[in-house]
Design a protein around this ligand. Structure first.
Ligand code: FDA
Length: 308
C-alpha cells in the first residue's frame, strides 16, 4: 500500500513540486544521488575505483516529452563518456541509459528517436572503450526496450539490458538473452505493476529471481546480479560455482548509497562489484523509487524534515 502510494507519487507533478521545493530534502537525496554535476559523478567514480569497484553512471532523467531535452541528455552522456576516457576511468565505468529519457515516449516516432539517440550514446561509448546498459522501466516499455536492444546489438554487441524478476515474462526473456556476449542485469523490479503481468508477493518475486539467475548463470552470457538482498547474493555465488564460472565471468551490482559496507566486502573478497551511480538534477523519480523500496527510508526522510 505504502509502496504503491510512493510509486504513484513518483509520477505526480504536484508532489514533485512539493518535495523538490523543500530545502530539507537535499541531505536525504544525497544519500542515493552522487550530486548534480558531472564533476560530482567523476569524483564518486574515482573514489569507488580506488576501493576496487566498478561503476555504471546514470545521468538522471526519464519520461522526456521534448525532443530537444532528449537530445540534451544524449549530449550529456557523450560528454561524460569523453571525460571518462580522458580521466582514465573508462575501464572501470560504463553508462546506464533510460530509453524514456532519450525519447521513447515522444509522440509519433518516439521509438525510432530513442533508438537513434541510444546509438549516439553507444558510438561515444565505443570510442571511449566502455559499454552501455539499457535500464528497464515499466512493463509497457519492455517489448520496445528489448527491440531497441536487439537493433543496437547488431553494431554494438556489448550493449546490455536490465530484466526485472517481478515480471511473469522474465524467465523466458532470460532464456532468450542467455547467449554468448549478452550482458543481462537482473533486478527484482522497481515500478508499480498489475498482477496480470507481475508477481505481487515478495516471496514469489524472490523465487522468480532465483529461477532467472539460474538460467543466466547456466547460459553463455554475462550475468549482472543487481540486488542488495544477502540471500540473492549468496545464491548467485553458489549458482556461479555450480556453473563453473570464474569471478570475472559475472558481476554483482548495487545502487550508490545502499549497503556500502556489503559493496566493499564483495570487492575486498575478490568479487567484481559495480555500483550504479545516479547524478544530475532530475533526481525526483529515482529518489521516490528508493523510498518505496524500503519503508524505513520514508521514516528517515520524514524525520529529517521535522527535526531540522
Ligand atoms: P530487496 O528489495 O528485497 O532488498 C533487500 C535488502 O536490500 C533490504 O532488506 C535492504 O537492506 C536493502 N535495500 C534494498 N533497497 C533499499 C533502499 N532503497 N534503501 C535502503 N536499503 C535498501 N529496477 C528497475 O525496475 N529497473 C532498472 O533498470 C533497475 N536498475 C537497477 C540497477 C541496479 C544496479 C540495482 C542494484 C537495482 C536496479 N533496480 C532497477 C532496482 C531494483 O529493481 C530493486 O527495486 C532494488 O534493487 C531493491 O531490490 P533488492 O534486490 O535489493 O531486494
Amino acid at each position: 500500500m505504502l509502496r504503491s502510494t510512493l510509486l504513484a507519487a513518483a509520477r505526480s507533478q504536484g508532489v514533485r513540486r512539493l518535495v523538490e521545493a523543500n530545502p530539507l530534502t537535499k541531505p536525504v537525496v544525497q544519500r542515493f544521488v552522487a550530486g548534480t554535476t558531472p564533476d560530482d559523478a567523476v569524483r564518486v567514480t574515482r573514489a569507488l575505483r580506488d576501493q576496487g569497484m566498478h561503476v555504471t553512471l546514470d545521468h538522471l532523467g526519464e519520461d522526456t516529452l521534448d525532443a530537444q531535452q532528449a537530445a540534451e541528455i544524449v549530449r550529456a552522456y557523450r560528454r561524460m563518456l569523453r571525460v571518462l576516457a580522458d580521466e582514465g576511468l573508462a575501464d572501470r565505468a560504463e553508462v546506464s541509459v533510460k530509453l524514456s529519457a532519450v525519447g521513447q515516449f515522444l509522440p509519433g516516432d518516439g521509438e525510432k528517436i530513442a533508438l537513434d539517440n541510444a546509438r549516439l550514446v553507444c558510438e561515444a561509448a565505443a570510442e571511449a572503450g566502455t559499454t552501455v546498459t539499457l535500464d528497464m522501466e515499466d512493463h509497457t516499455t519492455t517489448d520496445s526496450t528489448l527491440g531497441i536492444l536487439r537493433d543496437l546489438r547488431v553494431d554494438f554487441p556489448w550493449v546490455g539490458a536490465v530484466l526485472q524478476a517481478y515480471l511473469r515474462r522474465t524467465e523466458q526473456d532470460c532464456r532468450d538473452l542467455a547467449t554468448e556476449g549478452s550482458r543481462v542485469r537482473l533486478c527484482k523490479g522497481a515500478y508499480a505493476e498489475p498482477a496480470s503481468v507481475a508477481y505481487q508477493d515478495k516471496a514469489e518475486v524472490d523465487r522468480s529471481y532465483v529461477r532467472c539467475l539460474k538460467i543466466l548463470m547456466d547460459g553463455a552470457g554475462y550475468p549482472m546480479v543487481a540486488s542488495h538482498d544477502p540471500r540473492m547474493v549468496a545464491i548467485a555465488a553458489e549458482l556461479a560455482r555450480r556453473a563453473g564460472r570464474d569471478a570475472d565471468s559475472f558481476e554483482y551490482q548495487m545502487l550508490y548509497g545502499i549497503r556500502p559496507e556489503e559493496q566493499r566486502r564483495i570487492a575486498a573478497e575478490g568479487g567484481k562489484l559495480r555500483v550504479y551511480v545516479a547524478y544530475g538534477d532530475e533526481w525526483y523519480g529515482y529518489f521516490m523509487r528508493r523510498l518505496a523500496e524500503r519503508p524505513a527510508n520514508l521514516v528517515f526522510f520524514l524525520r529529517s524534515l521535522v527535526t531540522q
